[in-house]
Design a protein around this ligand. Structure first.
Ligand code: 3HC
Length: 301
């Protein structure tokens, strides 16, 4: 983790106060890296219980960071965790907290109508300068932005899981996104210590998201002919993947993976790479959503 706990870069930046909506894996990770780099963060979700769990996950992740970064100085490590946590507050009322925010990052369920309803409400109460972004994996940013009157101050920031570890962020410029907004998002991404790549409009021929969705879909079709264990081992030992594709699907969450692949299938029904996977659909229908529920392609303790 670079540029920890506020540098002059953050003090002088356009984006200092960040509201993250959604306390799941992605939202918690985004809140964490923003807080680590000195931004003041409000993490929003629908219940105190969810938010308590998010805070627990953030602390758990920070402890892993501290274990190596402050290996010989446990007290300094604890102080670091405390300082980061002090940069994060939580709320169940997005409308009341966005009044002080420079950037709203949405990381909620992959459902266009739900996202539109959220942004439409926030658009009426957020200050004029506030930039809105979605972390969507599969929905066009312009469609989400159309629920607001701030098309020029609306873009996409697509993070990768686990957010504290993954260096890449896709910065998406939709048709209405202004250059000023796009530049502010690039600067913000760099202030997080991440590496931005620009993803213009929804030209998904150049998008890691599509590439990944199609690869993972392909592996799921392939599993009919071989075992998932063999495919995972082959991709790790033979292709240098840090995780096998089935381990990764479980890690990301099978519900999230299904949303993403279904989204691409809707756009490109003729593309066999996005064909629905009966195996994935079956696991999701059974509530086996991966690591977070204790079972997906694999079983977890
Ligand atoms: N927070 C902090 N540190 C973490 C962490 C977390 N959440 N997860 C892992 N780490 C650290 C560990 O502490 C460990 O540090 P160390 O080497 O200094 O001890 C290091 O990362 C390695 O972790 P592990 O030994 O537990 O396991 P791995 O070596 O397998 O690394 C991984 C874990 C970084 C997750 C690696 O397996 C990986 O890169 N996997 C692929 C992830 C990927 O492809 N993500 C993209 C998913 S798609 C997506 O997000 C899109 C979205 O739209 C759904």
């Amino acid at each position: 983790i670079t540029r920890t706990l506020c540098s002059s870069a953050v003090r002088n930046a356009a984006i200092k106060h960040v509201t993250v909506i959604g306390g799941g894996l992605m939202g918690s990770g985004i809140a964490q890296v923003a807080a680590v780099t000195g931004h003041s963060v409000v993490l929003v979700d629908t219940s105190e219980d969810i938010l308590k769990n998010s805070a627990k996950n953030i602390q758990g992740s920070l402890k892993r960071v501290v274990k190596k970064k402050f290996a010989d100085k446990p007290e300094a490590g604890e102080e670091f965790v405390q300082k980061v946590m002090n940069n994060i507050s939580t709320s169940t009322d997005a409308a009341s907290v966005v009044q002080k925010t420079d950037l709203v990052v949405e990381a909620i369920v992959e459902n266009l109508k739900v996202k539109q309803a959220l942004f439409s409400t926030l658009d009426k109460v957020a200050p004029a300068h506030t930039i809105f972004v979605s972390n969507t994996s599969s929905l066009p940013i312009a469609d989400i932005a159309s629920s607001t009157a701030r098309l020029d101050r609306f873009g996409g920031l697509h993070f990768f899981n686990p957010v504290p570890m993954m260096k890449l962020v896709e910065v998406i410029k939709a048709a209405g996104t202004s250059q000023q907004t796009f530049d502010a998002l690039l600067d913000f991404t760099k202030a997080l210590g991440k590496h931005p790549v620009s993803s213009h409009l929804i030209q998904h021929c150049f998008s890691l998201r599509t590439l990944q969705a199609s690869l993972l879909s392909g592996f799921m079709n392939e599993v009919c002919h071989g075992s998932k264990e063999d495919i995972d081992v082959a991709m790790k030992l033979g292709a240098g993947y840090p995780m096998g594709p089935f381990e990764l699907l479980d890690y990301v969450g099978l519900d999230t993976s299904k949303f993403i692949i279904d989204g691409w299938y809707e756009k490109e029904p003729e593309n066999p790479l996005f064909a629905p996977s009966p195996l994935l659909n079956k696991l999701v229908a059974e509530g086996k959503l991966g690591k977070k529920t204790g079972e997906g392609f694999y079983k977890y303790k």
